[in-house]
Ligand binder design. Sequence first.
Ligand code: ZN
Length: 480
Amino acid sequence: MDKEQVNRCLKKKGYYRTKKISYKKLIIGMAVIIVVLIAALVVVLHSGTKNVLVGIGKITTAKVKEEDMRYSYYEDNGGSLLTPYRDNGAGTGRMAEVIVPYAECTDGATSDNRSNPLCSALTRGTVDRVVSVEGSADNPVYVLESGVKVNDEYLQIMENGFLLPENTLAVSTCGMSANGVKFTLDTQWAVPVQMRTEPQEYYVGYLERAYNVEEYTAEYLDIHFSRTIAFSGELDFSESDVIRSWEWIPEEDGGTLRLKLKKRGEFYGVSYSLDKNGRFEFVVKKNITTDSSPVVMLDPGHGGSDPGASSLGEEYESAVTLNIAEKVADCLAARGVKVLMTRREESDVSLDTRIAMIRKYSPTLFVSIHCDSSETPDLFGTHTFYYENFSQPLADSIHRQMAEVYGALYQADEAKAAESDRGIKFYPFAVTRTENCPSVLVECGYLSNEEDCDFLMSEAGRLQIAAAIADGIVEQLNIA
Ligand SMILES: [Zn+2]
């Protein structure tokens, strides 16, 4: 083909645009582009470091697949790891494997089987030796060698499993991610891991629960590995906003990786799992993402076949919490915050699903919205609950705003105004029991009390409550 033929061929295939553009149109076009670029530059410069606020945050519904969450990690994975399913030359015993993504534990040394924040959940694939069994025949609770107790439903038990030798850890990778720091550790087997933010003093408060926090004071995150006698390699946190430094502390029953926090308010939770290569993967989160806006997960309590608390007004709790949550979402979106909702209609969402949503999306923070009800109609006002010590500052921010709203509602009676502030409390609500992010549950008032209920049924009341929750959240995100 000569040049002419080639050109004709390309034209036919549409490679060439044959239409001629006039100079006049070209100049107008370029002028428009320049104006748009200058406008964009002005917006960016004007917003400075607050560029997370440019634009409107999106509101979306969180979704998780409903599937059987119980299966053994070792069926498809973990070929390189030592397991109780193969002989390790250390004899045999009654062994347990964690077969859910997130197995809650309690303290094996006490008879108290209630959740407490000093015992963190074990990840899928964790194995340990069973020391004894408590509970009933129908609902056994296994006491494990590492010192925690775990419910039967989270475990697969091997009556003649193979015992495991002492473990060693080695740094595999360490790097920054959009929401914090991620590092992986090579391990010989999936030893039990316990995580705690320390130092922290607790006091006995509401319903005699012992884990109330006056002030969140943690300086470091301790990650304890059972049966682990050595740690090798270097973790480089020089680029991190969350962790200042680290040390390995050998102990009698294993060892602790101590991560010193740069600023305690920057620490926004931690998660760990066994990756598909059989390495421990840890993510230590910070309170804001670098590359995008913060993501707030809002959880309107109840829904669908579960209407929640009954009410003196026209709507039950599930409708009120949904409406308030939608209003909070609007307030946050207008400030550039991305919002994920656990539901946006009257649908059934189980507690397990809500917790699975937290784990899947790993939001910056989580707020569950509820209304109270009591057989005593003269109970009124608002309170906010947390579980982890690092969730207490979020509970505090939201509660201070909510208490102001109720203080104003009851301002005619000083004693009532004071009583409407029911305080910030530790309580182990399911959705707050997560190490993944700060998580609180706010009770927006009593549907069983006439004055509270009138306020909760009014558009003006709901708008005030929603604005208070949104203000409390934004205060914590430090983007106001
Ligand atoms: Zn509720």
